[in-house]
Ligand binder design. Structure first.
Ligand code: COA
Length: 326
């Protein structure tokens, strides 16, 4: 059984935070952010908007494109590091919002690789016949775990969601492969110390020591990200007997323009083979690839029968790739 992407969708907060506005919050400049990251603005959730809000809207749009009814969905996987609550899963909340009464629903924690990890799991369910229609969603409200006093991190991240409907299919327009990787030796280079069992909430630690907020060693993460994304991309190509010249379009995790440029340079892919939108959204973690995929799809950038390569890297470390014959 093959696996086809039959619908894509995305949903973003209406509120825009520009680099110029960030200049008023921390000691930074539009020039620094633009040259170091390529980011110009990001979307920020407002009161009453949660990870489930954007996840459900992105899913509705993907289901509308696929012509899928909520009751037909067998499985909902949400990649997120900013769930509505530690439990229940945001996927269960989204199941309820959608009325997807026949679905099994769970969250998946693989940071920025969460969407491609989800696609990989969905692929196994679909190829084995255990499911026929699956929703894979990446959704984040990172603005609620970012330290707005830390200029090293707060300029990088944004909020939003993207989703796909994946279906069992017999045609050639299908997923060719997925690969997932983990390297836990570097878990503490990108993490949120104060939200789990290791540092239970106390006023002094959680708030005063700012453990509730995301921490990152930016330089180290940068180097690992480039190497890992290249490895994940090459694994996908090798597995399918392809070379970079066979790739029509690459949608990388939208973390940082310099990471993307270094990765594509190592792969020998020209800028014409690249789809990016991080200048408008920043790093939306697990949501970045499905948001970009939805925009590329709706803009007609992905041609039928073209080879689409998606590559992710994130905290854990985790990294992943998926190759699609569109
Ligand atoms: N505005 C102005 N200056 C800033 C700044 C900001 N927003 N953030 C950091 N700086 C300063 C630093 O304090 C440092 O100053 P110092 O030399 O006086 O100490 C200087 O800029 C250089 O910092 P450095 O960390 O060397 O910059 P960099 O070129 O490595 O860029 C990142 C920093 C974070 C943009 C870069 O390391 C990066 O992109 N890392 C990967 C992050 C990422 O994508 N993570 C998610 C992966 S999924």
């Amino acid at each position: 059984m093959n696996v086809r992407i039959t619908g894509t969708g995305s949903a973003l907060p209406g509120k825009i935070l520009t680099n110029a506005e960030l200049e008023r919050l921390v000691d930074t400049s539009d020039e620094w952010i633009t040259t170091r990251t390529g980011i110009k603005e990001r979307r920020i959730a407002v009161e009453g908007e949660y990870t489930s809000t954007f996840a459900a809207e992105a899913a509705r749009r993907a289901m509308a494109m696929a012509g899928a009814h909520p009751e037909e969905i067998d499985l909902i996987i949400i990649g997120t590091v900013t769930p509505d609550f530690p439990f229940p899963s945001t996927a269960c909340i989204v199941q309820d919002l959608l009325g997807a009464t026949n679905a099994t629903a769970f969250d998946l924690s693989a940071a920025c690789s969460g969407f491609l990890y989800g696609v990989s799991i969905a692929e196994k369910f679909l190829r084995s016949g255990a499911a026929r229609k699956v929703l894979v969603i990446g959704s984040e409200v990172l603005s609620r775990i970012v330290d707005w006093q830390d200029r090293n991190t707060c300029v990088l991240f944004g909020d939003g969601a993207g989703a796909v409907v994946l279906e069992a299919s017999e045609g050639d327009h299908s997923l060719l492969s997925t690969h997932t990787f983990s390297n836990g030796s570097f878990w503490n280079l990108l993490y949120q110390p104060g939200s789990g069992s290791r540092n239970p909430a106390t006023e002094s630690r959680t708030i005063d020591e700012r453990l509730i907020y995301l921490k990152m060693e930016g330089n180290d993460v940068f180097k690992h990200a480039v190497r890992a994304m290249e490895e994940a991309a090459l694994k996908a190509l090798d597995a399918n007997g392809l070379t970079p010249s066979n790739i029509s379009l690459m949608i990388p995790h939208q973390a940082n323009r310099r990471i993307i440029d270094a990765t594509t340079k190592r792969l020998g892919l020209g800028p014409d083979k690249l789809f990016t939108n991080l200048h408008r959204y920043g790093n939306t973690s697990s949501a970045s690839i499905p948001i970009a995929l939805d925009e590329a799809n709706r803009q007609g950038v992905i041609k039928p029968d073209s080879k689409l390569l998606m590559v992710a890297f994130g905290g854990g470390f985790t990294y992943a790739s998926a190759l699609v014959n569109w």
